[in-house]
Structures are given as C-alpha cells and as structure tokens.
Design a protein around this ligand. Structure first.
Ligand SMILES: [Zn+2]
Length: 216
C-alpha cells in the first residue's frame, strides 16, 4: 500500500477535518506564538507504514491557507512534492502513531499544562483522583485514580522520542512534556479533541486544587 493508492477524497476529508479543528482551537487561544501542532492519519495502518497530514512549520494557525498542512510518511518525510516543512515536532507524532496506531494527535501549549508539569515534575506524573472528567479520557471506573505521564523536554526534539516509548501508559491517551505542552490522541479527530479538552480541564482543576490545599 503506497500513498498513491489513497484517494483524493480520503485526503480531502482529513484536511477538512483538521482545518475545522485548527480554526476552533485558534479561536480558543490554543496556539500562542504559532506553537502547537495537529495531525491526522489517512489510509491503512501498520506500525512500519502509515501516512498522516500534519501542520506545516511556523505558520500562523489563526489563518486558513493552502499552506497549512502536508502529508508525511512514517519517517516524517513528505509524501508529495512540496516546499512546506512539517512541524519540527513531527517526530513525536510519528512515534505516537507507531506505538498506538491512533487516528489523530493534537498538541497544544497552555499555561495550566505548563504549570502542572512543573508542579509534579518530581513524581514524573500528574495525579488525578476521582474527578468526573476522567471519563472524558474514556476511563469509566468509579473514583478512578490516574497518573498522566510527564516527560523531559529537550530543545533538540528527537531527544524526546526515546522517553515516549518508555513512559506511554496504555490507558492514558496523552503525554505531557515538562514546561512545554500536552500531546493527546484518539481513534479519530473527534476522540482526540475530547481527550485534549479533558486533559486541559483536569490540569486546571488539579492546579487550582493544589493552590487551595496549600492555603490551608
Ligand atoms: Zn510544542
């Protein structure tokens, strides 16, 4: 199965879903300073061969242009001739797809995801206990207790990759990079968006709860 066998309609479907998500996230201030990146898989999947659309590097994500996305393969190489460069963090998307076979991955930087990553850095995970919105991550048990993994952040992005395979927790659809941002994924764009929103809610909740406790 090569990229050439994927239909135009399949590719357009992916691009239109990603554009809608990008516009929605931009209005919510999820992409400060052109940060953040989005991707969505297209066509069949095996851990050794897959294709996805990913945001191009350094674009203003509050605008919609023909230069917003490009298709890359499992090595992050463009599948079509283009002058666009994939986001510098595409290697992280590659590793998450390879390990999980998910359908979409969304990454944003926010104040709360940065703050909790530092607050809980020593335990390398953000603990969340019994908060209703844990269900937004697809975890349905009563009074669930979860640990959201926090990974080291490096300016040289490929150095982040080895820790992903070590730390990725099967039931948690996301990883948090220290003082950087959250990567959330799902079967499809709808599920990845739900997971991202649930993570952001939980991060703010946990941070504010810590402040309240410390005031006592
Ligand atoms: Zn980032």
């Amino acid at each position: 199965m090569s990229f050439a066998n994927i239909t135009t309609e399949q590719k357009q479907q992916v691009l239109s879903e990603l554009s809608a998500i990008k516009a929605d996230f931009a209005t919510r201030g999820f992409f400060p300073g052109t940060s953040g990146n989005l991707s969505m898989r297209v066509g069949p999947y095996s851990p050794d061969e897959f294709f996805f659309a990913v945001t191009a590097s350094g674009k203003d994500k509050s605008k919609s242009t023909p230069e917003d996305f490009l298709f890359v393969d499992q090595n992050g190489k463009p599948c079509e001739s283009t002058t666009l460069k994939p986001s510098a963090e595409t290697v992280i998307h590659n590793e998450i797809y390879r390990l999980t076979g998910c359908g979409a991955i969304f990454h944003i930087h926010s104040i709360f995801n940065g703050l909790v990553s530092e607050l809980f850095w020593e335990r390398r995970a953000v603990p969340v206990e019994g908060v209703e919105l844990i269900k937004g991550l697809g975890i349905w048990e009563e009074e669930a207790v979860i640990d959201i993994p926090i990974l080291s952040n490096f300016a040289e992005v490929p150095r982040i990759v080895p820790e992903i395979s070590e730390r990725l927790a099967s039931r948690i659809p996301g990883i948090l990079l220290r003082k950087h941002g959250i990567y959330a994924w799902g079967r499809d764009a709808f599920e990845a968006k739900r997971h991202l929103e649930a993570f952001e809610f939980l991060f703010e909740y946990v941070y504010r709860w810590q402040l309240l406790m410390n005031r006592k």
